[in-house]
Design a protein around this ligand. Structure first.
Ligand code: IVH
Length: 700
């Protein structure tokens, strides 16, 4: 694994690159886990990858990728089983790794719901079973279908196999079940059954399973039902969806019903009225972990009141009302052999520890991040030292501390770029403090940076040019034919100008592949607004911000005119205010756009690029909600819901929420205490609504 900088130290460019890397790692891990039952990452690694991805997205919401792993659960159904569409998506859970994360989780819920201190927020706590989730459809109390999670929306129909599990009732007991319901829970294998199965497999000369979860997944997803039948699988019910009628008021009441209907429910499930109680339950479950007889990998907390769950809703792949508090990941000790330097897209130099390979939590680790020179000084680490490493809260292993001094030489960060030899300096910020990162000052002269930027330009989330990846960018750059983005669209001419033979005569190319490459380039001569803007690689203007600008301006020309006017008029100008007035867009993005525009070489690049390609207009959002595509501003005190809840609802209905009133505002929702925004809206003739009128408009 390569560099890993603490999320708080990442520059936007690094964050974007890191999100791309994590998306690839997670997609690969999902495919291996869901389609082959042969994980390539340990659970802890997988969690840290997802967690790091979320942490980066939280810090840089504008960089969130279209293919973000946080919007995706699992992988697509494999061939062999019929596809089964879930009546409601099977979601995943966000993770908490520390007591503080749990406190924040409870705090977020309280703020969202607007609970005051005197009000109790009751939560349930239960073991997080390490198996595979299964959704059971019951109609009139009869089991109709069993489906694996798949990608969260569509899974595999494994009904025949599920029928072989004793813990899955074919008919619900009791009477008070809804006519239609999907009962969800976890299929797992006990330690004892796992050991016996592996012994049998070994005896028979077959491959053994790495852990009980793989054994459970491999056993349930058997095309031959007889095999499933011979494998002892268990099922705990813990969730439900798409019920035709309400059947409980709280989570604990609902789960108690499951037991009455004939399901196994986890005996350790408890409720807690405070965060301290919750943590005490966690410690209690953690203590029992070794003697449970089945694998658990954390404790799941859920808001007990179902009406509150309803209001809290979901954010992309996970409910706001639940979280998985994971057990800590593992540590290991090894020798640090060497410290290498990596150069990123913005020229940042990152020291990376090359380690004597060591197994941590089941996976061999040979690299760990050292973040920056201050971190190296803080750790006092030198090549030759014995170090403790950890994989937690971070996908890339981290060096925690020096265990034993190896007596080697003190390591010093170079003050020149190892790639281009330019000076590498620590920028001094406005407060006179030195940046923790050392950066190469070579800019576009530095091949490492130029290549990284071009790679970003052609990448999937930007121009998405098929057939041009890291390798081709590197090659074209080395040959001197592609120095800037526009050169890609003039490739044939650039090759000729450099006196080189046509591409089809290059090694590794040939007629067909050269044609394919030119076709792929030509296919991108028309590009969507957001992709184009993202592709420019402007600091703070990543995928999400680009999307927000595209949705707001729709066309490139008025957008760029606004940037030009903001550059001329400065931060006080109306144009600058328009660039920052969009909900989710910060000053940093607008400032970076203006800075970009101010550089003559960027202006030249942009106009050269626009000679080659056409930027497509963004289509206005279409939806049947009455506020779809409208720009809404909330001001004053809201009394029925919190500001966050109001915004979340408006966004869900396809509206754009903005922080400031302008001529583009469609509706101002004004609560008591509204001041200047209300005045401005009135002077601009913007429609204003009270909170009640707003709810009437959107339907309660
Ligand atoms: S609740 C909408 N409770 O963990 C929330 N999930 O990382 C649905 N899991 O997909 C999940 N034990 O496969 C819940 N007690 C438990 C669980 C549990 C294990 C799994 C489940 C889920 C995954 C999320």
């Amino acid at each position: 694994m390569s560099e890993a900088t603490p999320v708080e130290d990442l520059t936007p460019d690094e964050a974007a690159a890191e999100l791309a890397r994590l998306a690839a790692i997670i997609a690969e891990a999902d495919a291996a886990y869901y389609q082959e039952d042969a994980p390539v990452l340990t659970d802890a690694e997988y969690d840290v990858a997802r967690q790091r991805n979320l942490a980066i997205e939280a810090r840089f919401p504008e960089l969130k990728r279209e293919d973000s792993p946080s919007d995706r659960v699992g992988a697509v159904a494999q061939d062999g089983f019929a596809k089964a569409t879930h009546a409601a998506p099977m979601l995943s859970l966000d993770n908490a790794f520390s007591d503080e994360d749990v406190t924040e989780f409870a705090g977020r819920i309280r703020r969202f719901l607007g609970l005051d201190e005197s009000e109790t927020l009751e939560l349930t706590a239960e073991p997080k079973i390490d198996g595979l989730s299964l959704s059971l459809t019951y109609e009139k109390g009869k089991l109709k279908r069993a489906a694996t999670r798949g990608n969260g929306l569509v899974g595999e129909d494994v009904t025949a196999n599920a029928l072989t599990l004793n813990d899955i009732p074919t008919k619900l007991a009791g009477k008070d079940w809804p006519d239609f319901i999907e009962i969800r829970g976890e299929v797992y294998m006990s330690h004892a059954d796992f050991a016996a199965l592996n012994a049998r497999e070994d005896q028979a000369g077959r491959k053994t399973f790495a852990n009980p979860r793989n054994a459970a997944a491999g056993s349930l997803r058997q095309l031959d039902t007889e095999i499933t039948k011979s494998r002892p699988l268990n099922f705990f019910a813990y969730a439900w969806a798409a019920e035709s009628a309400p059947f409980a008021e709280t989570q604990s009441e609902a789960v108690a019903k499951f037991a009455e209907w004939g399901f196994q429910i986890n005996p350790l499930m408890a409720t807690a009225a405070t965060v301290d109680d919750l943590i005490a339950t966690y410690r209690n479950i953690e203590q029992k972990r070794a003697t449970l007889g089945y694998d658990i990998d954390g404790v799941v907390y859920k808001v007990n009141r179902l009406d509150w769950q309803q209001r809290l809703g979901f954010v992309s792949r996970a409910p706001r009302w639940a979280i998985a508090h994971k057990f800590p990941a593992e540590k290991a000790t090894t020798t640090l052999e060497e410290i290498d330097i990596q150069v990123g897209r913005t020229g940042s130099l990152t020291p990376v520890a090359r380690l004597m390979p060591v197994t941590v939590g089941g996976v061999v680790v040979s690299n760990a991040t050292l973040h920056n020179e201050d971190e190296i000084a803080r750790l006092g680490v030198k090549p030759g030292d014995t170090v403790e490493i950890q994989r937690a809260g971070d996908v890339i292993p981290q060096v925690l501390r020096v265990v034993q001094d190896g007596g080697g030489k003190v390591w010093a960060m170079p003050d020149t770029c190892p790639v281009c030899g330019s000076a590498a300096v620590r920028e001094i910020d406005d407060k006179g403090e030195a940046d923790v990162r050392r950066r190469c000052t070579g800019g576009l002269v530095c091949p490492a940076q130029a290549v990284e930027r071009l790679k970003h330009f052609v990448s999937r989330k930007a121009l998405d040019i098929d057939g041009i990846g890291a390798k081709q960018v590197q090659l074209f750059q080395e040959k001197g034919v592609v120095k800037a983005p526009q050169d890609i669209f003039r490739l044939a001419a650039r090759i000729e100008a450099e006196g080189l033979p046509p591409l089809e005569e290059w090694e590794g190319f040939g007629k067909a592949s050269a044609k394919k490459l030119f076709d792929a380039i030509n296919a991108r001569r028309t590009v969507p607004f957001a992709r184009f803007l993202n592709g420019l690689g402007i600091r703070h203007v990543g995928q999400t911000t680009s999307q927000l600008y595209a949705r707001h301006f729709l066309n490139w020309a008025p957008f760029w005119e606004t940037v030009v006017r903001a550059a001329e008029g400065g931060q006080e100008s109306e144009a600058f205010a328009e660039l920052t007035g969009i909900d989710g867009v910060g000053k940093a993005a607008a400032g970076a756009l203006v800075d970009f525009e101010a550089e003559p070489h960027n202006r030249d690049m942009l106009s050269a690029l626009l000679e080659e390609i056409t930027v497509e207009a963004e289509e206005a959002a279409s939806s049947d909600s009455p506020v779809a595509g409208k720009t809404i501003v909330f001001t004053g005190t809201l009394e029925r819901v919190t500001r966050d809840e109001a915004k979340a609802r408006a966004n869900a209905l396809g509206a754009k929420v903005s922080g400031s009133v302008s001529a583009k505002t469609d509706i101002l929702v004004a609560g008591p205490g509204a001041g200047s925004k209300l005045k401005k809206a009135e002077s601009l003739g913007v429609q204003t609504l009270t909170e009640d009128e707003w709810f009437e408009l959107i339907g309660g």
